[in-house]
Design a protein around this ligand. Structure first.
Ligand SMILES: O=C(O)CCC(=O)C(=O)O
Length: 259
């Protein structure tokens, strides 16, 4: 399923983009469901397995509960998101990269509301203390992602780097857990401008960041990660804490023709 061109991009750059992967209706349905989860959460009704992380920076334009949410984690057992992470095309591509048996172990909807800070330069593997590598990240644009509203920026070829030291992000209002790479020249990075439904596939050593949302609207994305099945989460042993965002779920394979 992985074309020779995408395989080359993967090997050479550490990522590739699939334009128009998801129809706009699917992006809207995802967004609607996550808003519903935020509103239920604000009313004291939690959704099984899911947790909602407030945005650290107050949003002066906030009207509804979701306007003050940063991220919603552990969505991949909820039916609409399960269907997404088990999408045969994505699973096929990822299988070609890391093997046929996969787990999805983390998923998050990122609101990035007006004014929210971006996430500084990092490698996702820094956060994944596992016994297998790489993990594969999927970043689906739910809204447009622009320079103004805080799109991702990637550093091509940095997937060949080891995991660098990450120092705490000390900006006021930095989101919980943000850390930063400061020992690598990222001046040749490139922005990843996306339309709703575009999808980025990236290596867990690829250095990437996002910038602040300077626009009046939101820049929403659905992000999830795959590891080889049987991967052991060593977060507790190596980092002396549990990562509450991790939730390993075996991916069921569906034929591409099935709905
Ligand atoms: O979408 C963003 O603003 C940052 C996402 C990111 O860097 C990540 O999920 O690792």
């Amino acid at each position: 399923m992985l074309s020779a061109e995408r395989k080359r991009e993967w090997d050479d750059q550490g990522f590739f983009i699939i334009r128009n992967f998801a129809p706009i209706e699917e992006c809207r349905a995802i967004h609607t469901r996550v808003i519903e989860i935020c509103r239920l959460n604000a009313a004291g009704k939690s959704t099984p397995n899911v947790f909602v992380l407030p945005e650290k920076k107050p949003n002066p334009l906030a009207r509804n509960p979701e306007d003050s949410v940063g991220k919603v984690f552990r969505l991949h057992r909820d039916p609409i998101f399960k269907k997404l992470v088990e999408d045969p095309e994505v699973v096929g591509l990822v299988s070609d990269l890391i093997g046929p048996d996969l787990d999805c172990f983390v998923s998050q909807f990122i609101f990035k509301n007006h004014g929210a800070l971006g996430q500084p330069w990092h490698q996702d593997s820094y956060y994944f203390a596992f016994n297998t590598r790489p993990q594969i990240g999927i970043w689906l644009a739910v809204t447009e992602a622009t320079l103004d509203n805080g799109c991702l920026h990637v550093m091509p070829v940095s997937h060949l780097e080891p995991v660098h030291e990450h120092v705490p992000d000390r900006r006021p209002h930095a989101q919980y857990g943000y850390t930063e790479i400061v020992d690598y020249d990222t001046s040749k990075s490139m922005p990843v401008l996306m339309q709703p439904g575009d999808l980025l596939v990236f290596h867990s050593h690829l250095m990437h960041r996002s910038t602040d949302n300077l626009s009046g609207g939101i820049r929403a994305a659905m992000v999830w990660h795959y590891a080889r099945s049987g991967t052991i989460d060593q977060t507790r042993e190596k980092l002396c804490h549990r990562n509450p965002a991790h939730d390993f779920m075996k991916i069921e394979r569906h034929r591409a023709t099935e709905d």
